[in-house]
Ligand binder design. Structure first.
Ligand SMILES: [Mg+2]
Length: 396
């Protein structure tokens, strides 16, 4: 690319971005997307749907008056539009640098985790059921607390894991508000016992953030194969840069490559193993435009029937993070005690579990009085990322 060409493209992107900021800050109407992409029509149809929800006196859907889930997703989609309208930098990921930085800042934790995993794999055949279950629970909790590392919550500021998370698990247990880990264990160990030769048990992981959280998810995925609790892991990521730190295929490949070529023995071993899992198809990566649409998941059978049919092949789906939770529950103002199953509004492709630290003002499935108690104890419990859930839905 010629230097001048690049400078002109940057200028164009910056001017589109400042136009976007102005629209946002001054509560302008939400305008249709213009650049022709695979998801453009779906976005514009959804904007029409939002318009239809308003009375005539309400005017147009606008930044301050439309539902937060819709507007927040729309903002990230418009950021993407500003970049794709500015060739030759149209493949640029504006969040790449901060995602990479999060990974590098968490190096020590990553090393500790990889060392733990490799030691565990070495002795895994000797573990009894109880020990195996304990290890499963440990790695689930690491994946939960890994979800604290979210750059959209810190406004892009540092949000890495600088201390060894494994030493904190006992202290953090008190912050798990719903704990359905036992259900996950009984489901997967049942699958394992019932499995016949050559049959396949898939666990799907709908990813959230890259960097440290992604490593915790990959460690869990490795354990699920090594322990034979599953035979295939399918990851679902984002097709475009999303909510600052969300994982794309480029992030996944980058993280695995960084690990493979790093000079720490066990990290490098993990990187090499994971690359091989992908090569032989025991790990499969999927992306789909639905994950970066504003729709709640109960709309999936209608909007993305192919994706819904794909998810139905899972014996368990793990949904990581807050945005997945908001979309699972339609981002509505549910009472805290409404059952999770009910809040899913008919979205039941397979047994599923949300693994999420709380960053948005929505939580269901609590005990009577639990939400009120938490509010009295800590007014920011819903949004600080300090609390977490393992919330399961499915037949037991
Ligand atoms: Mg995220």
């Amino acid at each position: 690319m010629l230097l001048q060409e690049g400078v002109e493209a940057e200028k164009k992107a910056i001017s589109l971005l400042s136009k976007l900021r102005n629209e946002l800050q001054t509560d302008k109407p939400i305008v249709p997307l213009v650049e022709d992409c695979a998801d453009t029509d779906l976005w514009n149809q959804h904007l029409e749907y939002q318009r239809g929800l308003l009375n005539e006196s309400d005017g147009q859907p606008s930044w301050f008056r439309s539902p937060w889930l819709f507007v927040e997703c729309y903002m990230y989609r418009r950021l993407h539009e500003a970049i794709i309208q500015s060739p030759p930098i149209n493949g640029f990921d504006v969040f790449k640098e901060s995602k990479d930085q999060n990974f590098f800042e968490s190096q020590e934790s990553v090393m500790a985790l990889c060392t733990h995993l490799q030691e565990l794999i070495r002795t895994i055949e000797d573990l009894d059921e109880n020990q195996l279950k304990n290890e499963f629970f440990k790695l689930l909790q690491i994946s939960l607390w890994g979800n604290k590392c979210d750059l959209s919550l810190s406004g892009g500021g540092s949000s890495s894991q600088k201390t060894n998370i494994m030493n904190s698990l006992e202290d953090l247990k008190q912050f798990i508000l719903v704990n359905d880990m036992e259900h996950l264990w009984s489901l997967l160990s049942k699958c394992k016992k019932a499995r016949e030769n050559m049959s396949v048990d898939r666990v799907y992981i709908v990813l959230d953030n890259s960097g440290f959280e992604l490593v915790t998810d990959l460690v869990l995925a490795d354990f699920l194969l090594s322990s034979k609790l599953a035979t295939e892991i399918h990851f679902h990521g984002k097709m475009i840069p999303w909510f600052v730190s969300d994982t794309t295929i480029h992030d996944l490949n980058w993280v695995i490559k960084q690990m493979k070529f790093c000079n720490h023995k066990w990290m490098s071993k993990c990187g090499a193993n994971w690359e091989n899992y992908i090569k032989v198809g025991r790990w499969v990566y999927h992306d789909h435009i639905f994950w970066t649409l504003p729709h709640e998941y109960s709309a999936m059978p209608l909007v993305a029937p192919d994706l819904y049919a794909e998810l139905q092949k899972a014996c368990l789906i793990l949904f990581k993070g807050d945005l997945n939770y908001r979309k699972l529950t339609g981002d509505r103002k549910w009472d805290f005690t409404v059952p999770f199953h009910q809040a899913l509004c008919g979205f039941h492709p397979a047994p599923l579990c949300s693994i999420r630290t709380l960053k948005a003002e929505i939580q269901v499935g609590l005990q009577p009085g639990q939400g009120e108690q938490l509010t009295a104890l800590d007014p920011h419990w819903l949004t600080s990322g300090k609390y977490g859930v393992f919330q399961f839905d499915g037949p037991l």
